[in-house]
Ligand binder design. Structure first.
Ligand code: TXA
Ligand code: MG
Length: 317
């Protein structure tokens, strides 16, 4: 899909237009103090699927949810005393907190990769703040570059990578920090440095004591972090042409099913539906049941969907 990417000025009209695009499920790149983010409505499955499509990401890794204030953050994540203290000290600023996801958060499961935690950040850039206020909701925003390329720190970098793939870029000047936010895991137990970034680890350690380094959202260390999508309780059979007796069939395109990822073979729609349908199929199949799923092409978002399905279908230990 080719769009004519608008360049929007950092004016009240520009922010209002950007917010309108976001409300319609479109994507707007915007400056933060770290790097330019590729923003989409974090509650809208299609908008979040479009983020992965625009970036050409081969995998669905969880995205950071950007908020306008602490009250909005508390709608999505559970803050304990420690998390509130850290937020009070470092927000707005280049620090992302990974916290337990609220059950009633209402975020698209694509944003969190269906994990039980969520990464939240309150950016300090005046343009990012104005956009979040104009939009009035949470924005999923990974760096606004094609997957595997360097993160953009100027509007023209965004244009050179994503022109034609997103609705608009909000002009926001050069990013002051120039590298991504530090990600601090506070979801359970000892605080973890999940990604070094704009806030030095030493600054955090002075407050929190030594940080455990690492942690990988795709290889959860604690059972509590286990992502439900890695293990639907029903067995999952891929590349099915039709159901075997007792299987719940998930179709795609011309291959019909009890449920379908997208009747007309649209990969953005399929990505948007993926986690919802796996859960529904799992409920229909029951714990000892089986799910069959039609083949999806190994192109565009199909690669990320297939990656996730292969892991969901892998034998369990
Ligand atoms: O500076 C930044 O943080 C930029 C600007 C645009 O704000 N944003 C950014 O977002 O880098 P993003 O979505 O690309 O960051 C995603 C990373 C993932 O690769 C993962 O490491 C971590 O955030 N992450 C997100 N959710 C997580 C979770 N629930 N548990 C652990 N790590 C998570
Ligand atoms: Mg990036």
């Amino acid at each position: 899909m080719s769009l004519s990417t608008q360049s929007l000025p950092a004016t009240p009209q520009g922010f209002a237009r950007a917010a309108e695009i976001l409300r319609g499920g479109g994507l707007v790149a915007f400056a933060t103090e770290t790097v330019y983010g590729l923003g989409g409505d974090a509650t809208n499955d299609l908008a979040v699927a479009r983020i992965f499509e625009a970036k050409g990401r081969p995998r669905f890794n969880p995205l950071i949810v950007h908020v306008s204030d602490l009250a909005m953050a508390e709608r999505f994540a559970l803050f304990d005393t420690r998390a509130r203290q850290i937020a009070a000290q470092f927000w707005p600023g280049p620090l992302t907190l990974v916290l337990p996801l609220r059950k009633d958060a209402g975020l698209s499961p694509l944003v969190t990769s269906d994990l039980e935690t969520v990464a939240i950040r309150l950016p300090a850039h005046p343009g990012a703040m104005a956009l979040l206020q104009a939009f009035g909701g949470p924005l999923a925003a990974p760096s606004a570059n094609i997957s595997g390329r360097i993160s953009p720190t100027r509007a023209e970098h965004v244009m050179s990578g994503l022109s034609g793939r997103i609705a608009a870029v909000l002009e926001g000047g050069a990013c002051a920090v120039g590298l991504e936010s530090t990600i601090l895991g506070l979801a359970d137990g000892a605080p973890q440095l999940l990604r070094p970034g704009g806030v030095p680890a030493e600054t955090l350690e002075a407050l929190l004591g030594p940080l455990t380094i690492g942690g990988d959202a795709n290889k959860p260390s604690a059972p509590g972090q286990l992502a439900s999508h890695y293990a639907p309780s029903a067995a999952l059979r891929l590349n099915a042409e039709g159901p075997r007796p007792g299987e719940v069939m998930i179709g795609f395109g011309p291959v019909p099913g009890d449920l379908t990822l997208s009747a007309h073979g649209d990969l953005v729609e399929a990505a948007a539906q993926l986690f919802h349908l796996l859960r529904r199929a799992d409920d229909l199949a029951g714990p000892k049941g089986a799910i069959a799923i039609a083949a999806l092409p190994e192109t565009g978002l199909g690669r990320a969907i297939n990656d996730r399905l292969r892991r969901a279908a892998a034998p369990r230990g």
